[in-house]
Design a protein around this ligand. Structure first.
Ligand SMILES: *Cc1c(COP(=O)(O)O)cnc(C)c1O
Length: 221
């Protein structure tokens, strides 16, 4: 645990510097800890620091096995439509909405539970074959189409960058995501979350406008 707390301190310092470069205050940057394969006791201790907004889980089954309402949870992985039922009422934010059938099911179950579910549209910023998410050009029409779902509230976008990209390439991708985020934001008053940045690229992501980072290994290893 000491190692994890030391990691958090280092990450916090880096966030402070990157936020300053972006002209933001550090507390405008949320940390969602990517907690796949990490045990619940560790997560509880980490949550007690007060610096983690939520834990981001990738798989519905694993999420259910860890779930406790004492902590806050986001869903950040690719989501099968038939698994939405395990999340509704338990997760703060679903980061990975990328198709109409999924949006429709979230809306239907949120309605049944009398809640409005916050969601992000996932963007496949590097247009990689094997990844979920929409192309940049598809984001705005899709966002528009979500307006017909009253129990779904679009809060912004989430991007997973390619693993091996060079800094200049990454920066271009991040700026592309930011641009579409800014356009959505100027259209829709609820849009305020730009979720990008993982262990290897969170500082650059913050410099490019991210206000929610999802570190995993750099925090837990
Ligand atoms: C695993 C994961 C992360 C964290 O990745 P690290 O490289 O360990 O920081 C962030 N976002 C998503 C969607 C993930 O699946």
């Amino acid at each position: 645990m000491e190692k994890i707390l030391a990691n958090l301190e280092l990450i916090t310092r880096k966030i402070n510097e990157a936020a300053a470069k972006a002209g933001k205050s550090p507390d405008e940057i949320e940390i969602v800890a990517a907690s796949k394969a990490r045990d619940i006791d560790t997560l509880k201790k980490l949550y007690a620091t007060g610096r983690i907004s939520a834990f981001g889980e990738n798989r519905a089954q694993e999420f259910l096995s860890k779930y406790t309402p004492e902590l806050k949870w986001d869903f950040i992985g690719q989501l099968q439509t038939n698994k939405v039922k395990y999340l509704i009422g338990k997760v703060r934010l679903i980061h990975s909405v990328d198709r109409d059938s999924l949006a429709a099911e979230i809306d239907r179950l949120a309605n049944k539970n009398n809640i409005v579910q916050d969601v992000l549209i996932e963007i496949n910023s590097g247009a990689e074959e094997a990844k979920g998410g929409l192309l940049i050009s598809e984001v705005e029409p899709f966002a528009k189409s979500l307006e017909r779902y009253p129990n779904l509230r679009l809060r912004g976008v989430m991007a997973v960058a390619p693993r091996e990209a060079e800094t200049q390439t990454l920066k271009k991708l991040f700026m592309g995501v930011r641009e579409v985020y800014e356009r959505l934001k100027s259209d829709l008053p609820c849009v305020d979350i730009l979720s990008m940045g993982m262990s290897g690229d969170f500082e650059l992501a913050i410099e490019c406008g991210s206000n929610l980072i999802r570190p995993g290994r750099v925090l837990f290893d």
